[in-house]
Design a protein around this ligand. Structure first.
Ligand code: ADP
Length: 167
């Protein structure tokens, strides 16, 4: 089984839609193995978005700094979920980075509509509800960065009966 990191960004927390979105992942059969509210500082986000995510290298200083500032608008909820090919499946559920381009049915497409242009005109990172690890290498690094080993739990969910050998 594969694990991936989801972060409910400050816009999701402040809009009170954490539960609704979390339910989508549960309904899709993912197992929640770690969950906490936290308010990380600049350095934590720097490591998350550049050390691991290479956002400054990929998109430049301005987008990087405005994204870090927007992430520090308030507390976030960090979550690790587990399932078959979880990283790829979750990215599909989350949708395109820019809500305007995210398809209806995806989380970013259903819960937001803002654009890169509008975000940059007000010096904000585009408010797009959740973060989800981009690939399995990033997922491993991100989970270590956000969670201690003892904050992740092992238990059985009913979905596992469908992914284990048939008796
Ligand atoms: P994703 O979050 O889909 O993996 P990136 O890693 O490229 O995408 O970007 C990280 C975050 O930075 C985005 O989720 C978004 O909040 C912000 N961001 C990325 N590109 C832009 C942009 N052009 N304008 C404003 N914010 C952006």
């Amino acid at each position: 089984m594969e694990q991936t990191l989801i972060i409910f960004k400050p816009d999701a927390v402040q809009r009170g839609i954490i539960g609704e979105i979390l339910t989508r992942f549960e309904k899709a059969g993912f197992k929640v193995v770690g969950l906490k509210m936290t308010e990380p500082d600049y350095d934590h986000y720097h490591e998350h978005y550049e050390g691991i995510g290479t956002l400054k290298t990929r998109k430049g200083e301005e987008i990087f700094e405005s994204t870090l500032a927007s992430m520090q608008d308030g507390p976030v909820v960090a979550m690790v979920i587990e399932g078959v090919e979880a990283v790829e499946a979750v990215r599909k559920m989350v949708g395109d980075t820019e809500p305007k381009s995210a398809l209806p049915g995806t989380i970013r497409g259903d819960y937001a509509h803002v654009t890169y242009g509008q975000a940059s005109s007000v010096g904000r990172g585009v408010a797009n509800i959740v973060h989800a690890s981009a690939d399995s290498v990033e997922a491993e690094k991100e989970i270590k960065h956000w969670f201690k080993v003892e904050e992740l739990y092992d238990y059985k969910v009913v979905h596992q009966q469908y992914t284990q050998p048939k008796k």
